[in-house]
Design a protein around this ligand. Structure first.
Ligand code: PHE
Length: 342
């Protein structure tokens, strides 16, 4: 036995050992099917694989050592095949029946997509929060209303165009004389609260209203309103403007200016349209005014003793302003690519 390079058998066995250990290393670090396939070609490839090269070297082994060399070669070949097979089944590719049931507990789990509140709901909660800080209690009212609460108590006479069947969603019921309808405004809640409570009152009500409008960038047959009502001795338009300005500044950020334009609503006197300045532009946000004495009388208050103001703003409008949305239909398409932005 040579002490320099070793016999041809020693060299042959050392090469087999190196091949086996290289294959084990390569397959242990393989993380996908491509890496396993690359290792298969390198070690077991039929034409230029390393096993093939070692097999050729078998020819140079002295005849006496050939049986031992051949046995070692076969062992190494089988070991490489086993390594390849176990790597394949570990990665799930080309595996046998076993691999299909194998659960790799070290893989990361599937992320559960988390949702969040709809931008309109977020807006409603923010409005309630801001108005709450100004002392306004949040109240609710029904979406199916009668003639009294949607019109009559609000001094909207039977001939008023707002009562036109084509402008409302009347419900087909047996109550022909007093048909129910989906409320067309949240001013109904003013009446319901005043009927059941005595002043002083500070309430805010946010909810859905319905009008048979054709949907376009600024209209939708269902939308939301914020209704505010304050009834306290000595209330004036100045209080109304201050509350709206405080609200708008908190909601939109910065010092937002509020402008009143003369208008008409049957249930307020005087009545105004409310504009807010935002980004250098005046934008109409809704209507407001001092509660009409006829309304105070309709709910049983003494119009000579109490005064109050009311306002109604469009929730979609203020949300669209704030978030820079230019088509309110986007709020109702439920396209997560849109909703995810809020
Ligand atoms: N209810 C009115 C509308 O829907 C808005 C409004 C509310 C006006 C309260 C004055 C006072 O247009």
């Amino acid at each position: 036995m040579s002490n320099v390079a070793g016999s041809p058998l020693d060299t042959f066995l050392a090469e087999l050992e190196r091949l086996r250990s290289d294959a084990a290393t390569a397959l242990a670090s393989a993380t996908d099917d491509d890496a396993v396939e690359a290792a298969r070609i390198e070690f077991a490839g039929a034409r230029s694989g390393r096993l093939k090269a070692v097999q050729k070297a078998l020819g140079g082994i002295p005849a006496a050592d050939k049986p031992a060399a051949g046995r070692s070669f076969n062992d190494t070949k089988a070991a490489v095949a086993a390594l390849l097979e176990s790597a394949q089944s570990r990665l799930g590719g080309g595996g046998g029946a076993e691999s299909a049931d194998t659960i790799d507990v070290t893989l990361p789990g599937d992320a559960i997509p988390l949702g969040h509140l709809h931008p309109i709901t977020q807006t409603i909660r923010q409005v309630q929060e801001i108005m709450g800080q100004l002392g306004f209690e949040s109240v609710d009212g029904p979406e199916v209303e009668d003639q009294w609460h949607n019109f009559e108590a609000l001094a909207i006479s039977p001939e008023h165009p707002a009562r036109d069947p084509l402008d409302n969603f009347y419900l087909a019921t047996a109550r022909a004389a007093d048909p129910l309808l989906l409320r067309s405004q949240t001013s109904t809640v003013q009446i319901r609260v005043m009927e059941s409570r005595e002043p002083p009152l500070r309430i805010v009500s946010l909810g859905r209203v319905y009008r048979p409008d054709t949907a376009d960038a600024t209209h939708y047959p269902m939308f939301h309103q914020v209704e505010g009502l304050l009834v306290e001795p000595g209330t004036t338009m100045a209080h109304l403007k201050s509350v709206l300005r405080l609200f708008a500044s908190r909601f939109l950020g910065g010092d937002v200016h509020v402008r009143f334009r003369p208008s008409f609503f049957p249930f307020t006197e005087p009545s105004v349209e409310v504009d807010m300045e935002w980004g250098g532009r005046w934008v109409e946000m809704g209507g407001a005014g001092m509660v009409d004495p006829a309304v105070l009388a309709a709910v049983g208050y003494d119009p000579d003793a109490v005064t109050g103001f009311a306002f109604g703003l469009g929730v979609e409008r203020i949300a669209a302003r704030r978030y820079g949305v230019d088509d309110i239909r986007d709020f109702y398409k439920n396209d997560v690519r849109f909703l995810r932005q809020f």
